[in-house]
Design a protein around this ligand. Structure first.
Ligand SMILES: Nc1nc2c(ncn2[C@@H]2O[C@H](COP(=O)(O)OP(=O)(O)O)[C@@H](O)[C@H]2O)c(=O)[nH]1
Ligand SMILES: [Mg+2]
Length: 287
């Protein structure tokens, strides 16, 4: 329903809203193939075995969920997914009405109201919309592979800026140690020396406990210091702004008649009319 952008979903989200706020939302982002799905599998298993209800939204059509995991993992994961305390869903990142950035927070809200204690969102951290998704969670984990390429790219694309915890996945392969060191010194240069950088091998299970306790520490710190509430406050304001912008745009276009802009195409191309002038004229006659 949310994916179809049905207006009825507004009513649903509105009635669910007062019951939300209990879920802790973790964003897991990083380049394709970094090991995100495999890591999420592991986290889900650990959390659900610990007695928590976990919901996962995977916004990554290129890598089907558990697609990268070993066969044994996959079978275990399917068993986990069949349990009532685990919810796993892939969302198509293209073609969704209102875009993925508005859909994810709404889907999380409904899962929150349904009583899931953890909401994990896997996104591919390459584009702006993925960064947006990452910033609608309480904690953002950036997963990188050993090797300098990912690292440079993540800082260039701005994904590194929104990361609260860094994971160097596949710590069982060559070069992982070096990547951890490079990442740490890069973060020191950026005046973020305390940002955690953790080597993890989802395959072997190395570092998973450490990651879980780091995530827990982050949660406690940000809840105690009031940062979590402040972040959520900002996100809710941001979401309202996004909805308003969209409503105003649609309303305005409906009143003006979107086809009139289309009709002026030749005048624009021939330089008889500039986009600024056209926009001003349409706005003027509306009042
Ligand atoms: N050696 C090694 N390979 C891993 C590890 N985690 C994931 N992989 C492999 O990396 C590939 C991509 O994993 P996947 O989880 O699908 O990556 P995603 O695209 O980031 O979700 C798969 O072939 C995995 O088996 C790990 O800890 N060590
Ligand atoms: Mg994946």
């Amino acid at each position: 329903m949310l994916e179809a952008g049905a207006p009825r979903s507004d009513a649903l989200v509105e009635s669910a809203f007062p019951m939300t706020g209990g879920m802790w939302r973790i964003g897991v982002t990083g380049p394709p193939g970094a090991g995100k799905s495999t890591l999420v599998d592991t986290l889900v298993r650990e959390l659900s075995e610990g007695g928590s209800r976990v919901a996962v939204l995977a916004v990554d059509p290129s890598s089907p969920f558990t697609g990268g995991a070993l066969l044994g993992d996959r079978i275990r994961m399917q068993a986990a997914a069949a349990r009532p305390d685990v919810f796993i869903r892939s969302l198509a990142s293209r073609g969704a009405l209102g875009g993925i950035a508005t859909m994810v927070p709404r889907a999380l809200l409904l899962l929150d109201a349904a009583g899931y204690e953890y909401g994990i969102v896997e996104t591919v951290g390459t584009g702006q919309s993925e960064i947006e998704v990452a910033t609608t969670t309480d904690c953002t984990v950036l997963v990188l592979m050993p090797g300098a390429g990912d690292l440079v790219q993540a800082f260039k694309a701005g994904v590194a800026e929104v990361a609260d915890v860094f994971v160097v996945c596949k710590s069982d392969v060559d070069g992982a140690k070096r990547t951890v060191q490079e990442l740490r010194s890069r973060l020191s240069l950026d005046a973020r020396p305390t940002t955690p950088v953790l080597p993890v091998s989802a395959l072997r299970g190395d570092g998973v406990r450490e990651l879980l306790s780091e995530l827990d520490r982050f949660r406690q710190d940000s809840q105690r210091g009031g940062r979590a509430a402040l972040r959520r406050r900002g996100q809710l304001i941001e979401e309202t702004n996004r909805l308003l912008t969209e409503h105003v745009r649609v309303e305005l276009l409906t009143r003006i008649g979107a086809e009139r802009i289309e009709a002026a195409g030749d005048d624009l191309l021939a330089r008889r009319l500039s986009p600024t002038e056209l926009a001003r004229r349409l706005l003027d006659e509306r009042v």
